[in-house]
Design a protein around this ligand. Sequence first.
Ligand code: AP5
Length: 209
Amino acid sequence: MKLIFLGPPGAGKGTLAARAVDIIGVPHISTGAIFRAAIAAKSSLGLKVKAIIDSGKLVDDGTTIELVKERLTQTDAKKGYILDGFPRTIPQAEALATFSKVERVINFDIPDDTVVERLSGRRVCKGCGANYHVTFQKPKKNGVCDACGGELYTREDDKKEAIQKRLEVYRAQTAPLIDYYRSAGILVDVDARPQVEAVVANFKKAMGV
Ligand code: AP5
């Protein structure tokens, strides 16, 4: 199954994807996670995108499209994928259509105030990238990842000004993809407001599994 997770920042795309990989058996490909790994490794890509990501703006289409195109040639993506955070613009969606045929788009339906609450309380593991929340998804030990024991930190783009910028960018550049994929007949809305287990159940219902 070739799937896109579409939704505003902090909608819970990464959290659901971590569960959905076992449900549908395809890899989770997050462009944001790939960029953050490049930043941590101080690679040329990381150095190029760090300031853009920290400020909440989008990386240019050319760089992002090439990255995804290359990633989808890897063996694990042959049977399908969950693309999380890509496409994010109409040109990215048009480019994707030239090298892969998406079968379904899950649109995370969630209001802005819930997004702000989720992002401002998010903590991420420096080691494995797992997501936590100070209220909704607490680690067993404060500040420490349950999965790998890594240190939890607050993403630079989860600071107040960057959250507002990301929401603006989402409305202007990414939200038009909802109509784009709805008119293609492959978009399914999922209510992303409830707690994680209920969102997983909504996803399963949407997928018919
Ligand atoms: P990216 O990493 O893709 O960020 P995003 O889309 O803004 O999404 P997030 O990771 O912030 O949120 P999420 O929806 O995954 O929510 P999560 O599950 O963590 O991109 C980062 C940056 O990279 C972009 O701003 C851009 O600069 C660049 N970039 C990436 N892709 C690009 C592209 N295609 N083109 C150009 N630039 C690109 O959940 C959030 C919090 O809520 C967590 O704390 C979690 O524990 C909690 N939570 C999740 N679900 C629930 C729930 N159901 N109930 C309660 N709490 C919940």
